[in-house]
Write a protein that binds this ligand. Structure first.
Ligand code: UFG
Length: 342
């Protein structure tokens, strides 16, 4: 019998890539998404790629009553992978309540509905942003969590605390929190990828949109950081690698025989690239020259962040496989496909 997995936010960027990997690993997937920052086209594309259309319900998880009704209807689900959340760092600074309200209510309502209906396994989309500006690199899961630099980041940090408390209080409930570093890239088919709403904040979509002529010029924020070339360093991870890590984490949860406290894993590559290295890698892989300019630092950014991956490799038994060239190539293929469809 196929195991049924509920994926909240399954129409979004990371969610849709994970749904593909789940289907390809023989799971029966049910997507809950309110479509606030995604569309049902993702489901068409998932079907095109895998030959299977996941079941879908348009649901706003911040509505506790509706959420409970839906979970009751799907009590046969084995686990939940929870992607549904707002994720724009800058917007969260301007409108913190929107972030706390949406991200925390959705989380609490989902967990409550799960417990009420006996679905006791949970995977949480966390973020490397919970480390704030760390004292030491690379960051391990034991590194101190500094004050989050945005309400978005804080909503992830509080989310982890909620899960820690819950898994302590209810020994039947088990959860894994995955701390993503910088997910970029797209599925090898070229049919799905990131669709930023409006002007992108993140580096990769800004690069591909500049290359596509949608944006005039890429601004490189800061060239006076204490890094070899002066630009900021991040740990970029291919979204397909990230998606596959969710399947590995899910299997671990489903196979778990005894109770365990919340488990936390970094999902990164352990390798840092500077903004200029990313730009040069994009140019060399795609043979497209980018119009870019060095400018002042962006408020809230830190100099360097990259993951220690020993715990993830040893305990979860997973390691990222795809390198920066593949991240660049697939991002560019997706951008071109997406533009051709507009
Ligand atoms: N950058 C530019 N120009 C741009 C956009 C970004 O130079 O147009 C630089 C940034 O200053 C930073 C690097 O590229 O040095 C990466 O920036 P991103 O915005 O792509 O990613 P961040 O590391 O700032 O943020 C990401 C996620 C957040 C998460 C955070 C945690 O997008 O969701 O990592 O570290 F909170």
């Amino acid at each position: 019998m196929r195991k049924k997995i509920i994926v909240t936010g399954g129409c979004g960027y990371i969610g849709s890539h994970t749904v593909i990997e789940l289907i390809e690993n023989g799971y029966d997937v049910l997507v809950f998404d309110n479509l606030s920052n995604s569309t049902e086209v993702s489901l068409d594309r998932i079907e095109q790629i895998t030959g299977t259309r996941p079941a879908f319900v348009q649901l706003d998880l911040s509505d506790a009553k509706e959420t409970n009704i839906l979970f009751k209807l799907h009590q046969d689900a084995h686990a939940v992978i929870h992607f549904a959340a707002h994720k724009a760092v800058g917007e969260s600074v301007l409108d913190p309540l929107k972030y706390y309200q949406n991200n925390l209510y959705a989380l609490i309502n989902t967990l409550s509905a799960q417990r009420e209906n006996g679905i006791n396994k949970f995977i949480f989309s966390s973020s490397a942003t919970v480390y704030g500006d760390p004292d030491h690199l690379p960051v391990t899961e034991e590194s101190e969590l500094k004050r989050a630099s945005s309400p978005y980041g804080n909503s992830k940090k509080i989310g982890e605390e909620i899960l820690e408390d819950l898994t302590k209080s209810d020994l039947n409930f088990s959860a894994i929190s995955l701390r993503y570093f910088n997910p970029i890239g797209a599925h090898a088919s070229g049919f799905i990828g990131e669709i930023p709403s409006g002007i992108p904040n993140n580096l990769m979509p800004y690069i591909t949109q500049t290359a596509a002529g949608v944006r005039e010029q890429l601004l490189v924020y800061g060239n006076d950081y204490p890094t070899p070339d002066g630009t900021a360093i991040r740990d970029y991870i291919h979204v397909v690698d990230l998606a596959q890590a969710h399947v590995v984490a899910l299997k671990r949860l489903l196979e778990q025989k005894q109770e365990s406290p919340l488990e936390v894993f970094n999902l990164g590559t352990a390798k840092g690239y500077s903004v200029l290295e990313v730009i040069h890698s994009f140019e060399s892989v795609t043979q497209v020259q980018l119009n870019y300019k060095l400018t002042d630092r962006r408020a809230g950014d830190i100099a360097s962040l990259y993951a220690a991956t020993e715990r993830t490799e040893k305990q979860l038994g997973w390691k990222a496989q795809k390198g920066i060239d593949e991240m660049m190539r697939s991002s560019w293929e997706w951008e071109q496909y997406y533009r051709s469809q507009q």
